[in-house]
Design a binder for this molecule. Structure first.
Ligand code: ATP
Ligand code: MG
Length: 335
């Protein structure tokens, strides 16, 4: 593999977890080249803007970015740099794996290994058609679901299943009540599913899905759903496996894909070497899957699992006495 990726080291604990992640990736001899680009507070200080053109150009050129958490200062024109990046590159698929790992605060010792694929550009989050009456007594919200938007997200879920050897896709909806929007999503999903006879497909109403996730999470493999349901369900799933410390995410579009940790910049522990690098490392594993290097992605995940099992050099959030870099070295030694 010869591939250049854009690397954004980010703010807070960002640089520490990125250095640790790249240390592990380097130990795998992947042939990855890194092109560093700035965003967030560090970019504002160095270049006078939060999201420099050079960074956007780098992502556009390489099509793949590995990104640490960013600080969006209040009053700098963006509500969130992450949301801005999603808009700029039309990153329509938000992909969040949830897997239970040994020696973590998982609610389920094993058995949870699922991926939520959330539509990221439409649904209830279009930001249009929202209004509040003058007397403040009535609020309205418009949701938008398109056949094109539904088709591409559901297709993404089925292709992901094929690529990663997963067996089942669950389409989560509320078409019994939201007949037009969720109805169109479900109808479109059925048509796409028919093209993938090798992948099992079932349908589940969102409220029942929440109960099933808490009671029998092992029945799920890949979940695909609209924006608002996906937002809620992916955090529910992070909770099932012990919170944000081990939760990666990807934002994927046609022209670019950005891989990251779900957690923030954690300013309370920044610069102390205490940060757990696993979420970003698991984001890097997602990146390898995306690049078609599924076997290498699995090797990386297996090394993380083995290190957690051995309780070797774990960071304080996992009850260990190691630090960010010693944890990374322990993982690299098991690859
Ligand atoms: P932001 O404003 O960027 O979201 P935050 O303060 O909300 O930052 P989060 O990253 O969301 O920070 O983290 C919430 C809590 O979880 C903090 O106490 C933080 O120290 C802890 N935390 C987050 N990520 C990690 C990590 N990778 N390793 C260890 N602790 C973490
Ligand atoms: Mg936060």
């Amino acid at each position: 593999m010869t591939q250049t990726i854009t690397v954004i080291r980010g703010d807070g604990i960002g640089p520490e977890i990125m250095d640790a992640t790249l240390h592990v990736l380097d130990s795998m001899n992947l042939g990855l080249q890194y092109e560093y680009a700035d965003a967030g507070l560090v970019a504002l200080e160095k270049h006078g803007e939060l999201l420099p053109q050079a960074t956007l150009d780098s992502i556009r050129k390489n099509r793949i970015a590995l990104k640490s958490p960013l600080t969006t200062p209040v009053g700098e024109g963006f509500s969130s740099i992450n949301v801005e990046l999603r808009k700029r590159f039309d990153l329509y698929a938000n992909v969040r794996p949830a897997k239970s790992f040994p020696n973590t605060k998982s609610r389920f010792a094993d058995g949870v290994d699922l991926i939520t694929v959330r539509e990221n550009t439409e649904g209830a989050y279009i930001g249009e058609g929202q209004s509040l009456s003058e007397d403040g007594e009535t609020a309205l919200l418009t949701q938008k679901v398109t056949r094109r938007g539904s088709e591409r997200i559901v297709r993404y879920a089925f292709e992901l299943a094929r690529k990663t050897g997963r067996k089942k896709v669950t389409v989560v909806h509320k078409a019994n009540i939201l007949k037009s929007t969720s109805g169109l999503f479900l109808k479109t999903a059925r048509a796409v599913a028919a093209e993938y006879p090798d992948i099992e497909c079932n349908e589940m109403i969102v409220d029942n899905t929440c109960m099933q996730l808490v009671m029998r999470p092992e029945q799920f493999d890949i979940i695909v759903t609209t924006n608002l349901f996906g937002d809620i369900i992916s955090d529910l799933c992070a909770g099932l496996v012990g919170g944000l410390g081990l939760a990666p995410g990807a934002n994927i579009g046609v022209d670019a894909a950005i891989f990251e940790a779900v957690h923030g910049t954690a300013p309370d522990i920044a610069g102390q070497g205490k940060a757990n690098p696993c979420a970003l490392l698991l984001g890097a594993a997602q990146m390898l899957d995306h690049l078609g290097e599924c076997e290498k992605a699995e090797r990386l995940r297996a090394a993380i699992v083995a290190t957690l099992e051995a309780k070797d050099s774990l960071t304080p959030d996992l009850g260990g006495t190691g630090n960010t870099m010693s944890f990374a070295r322990a993982i690299a030694s098991r690859i």
